[in-house]
Design a protein around this ligand. Structure first.
Ligand code: SF4
Ligand code: SF4
Length: 195
């Protein structure tokens, strides 16, 4: 699909049209805690999308790395729902078969396995799982983990949901429905294992 068609598709997605209000002030990129790990910050990503360079947008790791913390969204002077646009870009990329690069795929796997096991996220358990999948990267970020622990921003104790079995059944059903939906639409299937 040509760039104009992709831009039209983005503008039609929930919140996507807000990209047109961006004044390129950079507040989002300057506030983003994940900026250092991103190929492009949100400001530049939006400029690229508006310019029609979707191939580079989809190839970038930005929307995969976005932690959905909403910090950029609350600080954007134009009230743009940046996090929602990250989700919109992710949906568009997945529908075209783009996958996250290796390290972020490991992070997604660790996230998925933790939530499947406990029914909720435990950052410490997720990082343990990530450590076994990408040890060098985990060691590189060990000082950040330590800081989070010292500031009590990371909890080792996990309290699983009351009924993990019911939660697992719900996940299975959601997978079934997603599989049926994307088969009907002829979309590309994606799972972290394929990355
Ligand atoms: S903070 Fe808002 S207006 Fe500024 S660059 Fe980011 S998206 Fe654009
Ligand atoms: S929501 Fe995503 S892009 Fe925005 S500040 Fe958080 S990590 Fe960065």
């Amino acid at each position: 699909m040509e760039a104009r068609g992709l831009l039209k598709e983005l503008l039609e997605m929930p919140g996507g049209d807000q990209i047109l209000k961006c004044i390129q002030c950079g507040t989002c990129s300057g506030s983003c805690p994940m900026y250092q790990a991103m190929d492009y910050g949100p400001r530049r990503l939006f400029a690229m999308a508006k310019g029609g360079d979707f191939d580079e947008v989809f190839r970038s790791n930005t929307y995969w790395i976005c932690a959905s913390c909403y910090f950029c969204t609350v600080r954007c002077p134009r009230g743009i729902k940046i996090t929602d646009i990250m989700y919109a870009l992710k949906r568009m990329a997945v529908a075209r078969g783009y996958t996250p690069r290796e390290k972020s795929a490991y992070m997604y796997q660790a996230f998925k396995e933790t939530v499947e096991q406990y029914g909720r996220l435990s950052e410490a358990r997720m990082m343990q799982k990530y450590l076994t999948k990408a040890p060098m990267d985990a060691i590189k970020n060990a000082s950040l983990g330590l800081k989070l622990l010292l500031k009590k921003r990371m909890e080792f104790k996990v309290e699983p949901v009351k009924n993990p079995g019911t939660f697992k059944a719900m996940l299975e059903k959601a997978r079934e429905l997603a599989h049926e939906g994307s088969s009907q639409e002829g979309e590309v299937q994606w799972s972290p294992e394929e990355a």
